[in-house]
Design a protein around this ligand. Sequence first.
Ligand code: GLC
Length: 482
Amino acid sequence: MKIAIFASEGAPYIKSGGLGDVMEALPAALARMEGNQVVLVLPYYKKIRENPAYDVQFVTSLTISLGWRQQYLGILKLKNRTDGVQVYFVDNLYYFGDRDGAIYGHGDDGERFAYFSKACLETMMAVDFIPDVIQCNDWQTALVPTYLAAQYHPYFPGTKTLFTIHNVEYQGWADSYFFDDVLALPENYRACLDMDGAVNVMKAAIETAHMVSTVSKTYARQLLFPYHAHGMNEILAYASWKLTGITNGIDINTFNPETDPALPAHYNAETFSVGKAACKAALQKEVGLPQKPDTPLLVMVTRLVGHKGLDLLRYVARRLLRERDCQMVILGTGEADFEKFFTELAEEYPDRVAAKITFNLGLASRIYAGGDIYLMPSKSEPCGLSQMNAMRYGTIPVVHSTGGLKDTVPPSDENGQGGLGFTFESYNGDDFYGALLRALNLYQYQKSAFQALQHTCMVQDFSWDKPAKEYMDVFQKMRASL
Ligand code: GLC
């Protein structure tokens, strides 16, 4: 099958969060399956352009229109990727190549990614790759199904589109003038783009894509309810016949404690008690905590944003530090008040808490490996990948049972039996505290049961093999429909 995947980020070239990880592993997993030809299209950001590791070849250039604008589109082909995925970069200095700062958060993001969505389709035409299916991701490429249906259908008569929601919170809102000024779609698409008098590109994708997916089975069900859907529940309810959930995997080669180059010691499911002890001691040293082998080390790698459940951690943190012997390491950046809270907590408890307010992939790996217990009390979590990374590195998760966390961390009882970690059902700090205490008690009073649970976590199959097959089933189904 000819599969085209369009996304605003993809590791190892560029990554700001979980979408970047998925765009590294999913295309590769699909390309490993016999009979597939897989193409991935990404923007040519400054950070990629300036990275000498990526050897690109100029294919062609053209001019494309975006409303009244005429914009350059350069198509670059990545030469040095060996896993069968063909990567193309969309080159435009004004929108991507010459922008400093983060990849999102510019005043004209709507226009930048409208351009990118159109450029992806133009790229497919220019390189003469007319896909059987297109998979596009989140609001940044949400205009692809709509452009295809409204303007590009003659060039892609048999192409089916799958729109994947990685997080419904970010929908791509714009003022209503955006419809005429930037999108310049035919008048009969105005209602499709309109939501409450403004433009919402995610809504348009849900309506025009052949199928819609999200990144876990539980989240697919939750999206039909207002609590999780951020206003999109009714639109998704109308589309529920074509909505499906496929729970993400992780790249088990990148996240492998036996080979991860960022780790000071390597280990597997049989040797972890020695290997993790070495990683723990090294981590304590690296973040400036006393090297105490028997003190449970609670860890968290996260964007410091509201839906990650940081208010619950804030609520329990001081009680926990007063009542229990433990250490805590937090890595991440985000909202100022959370950054401030964790920085202050670390100042208050310099021997107990380390807060690293930064984005550091190597340190993230060392935290997955060196920690004992991984905290993920997210209020809402489409899938979540770091709980799987943690389990693969033998670190026991404590999670709010929601979205993908529910699908990937079945609950263990207080003896560590029957599941993969400790969970709580209702989103409140005391229930989170209860789950944390169960994890700490197992660590402190039932060492061998804790180790047995670590072993069980480490031997789980979190690879992309199964999810990639499920994507193929969806693709087959789309192709079979008219
Ligand atoms: C988003 C979601 C996260 C998911 C990731 C990859 O970052 O918030 O839950 O794991 O996308 O699909």
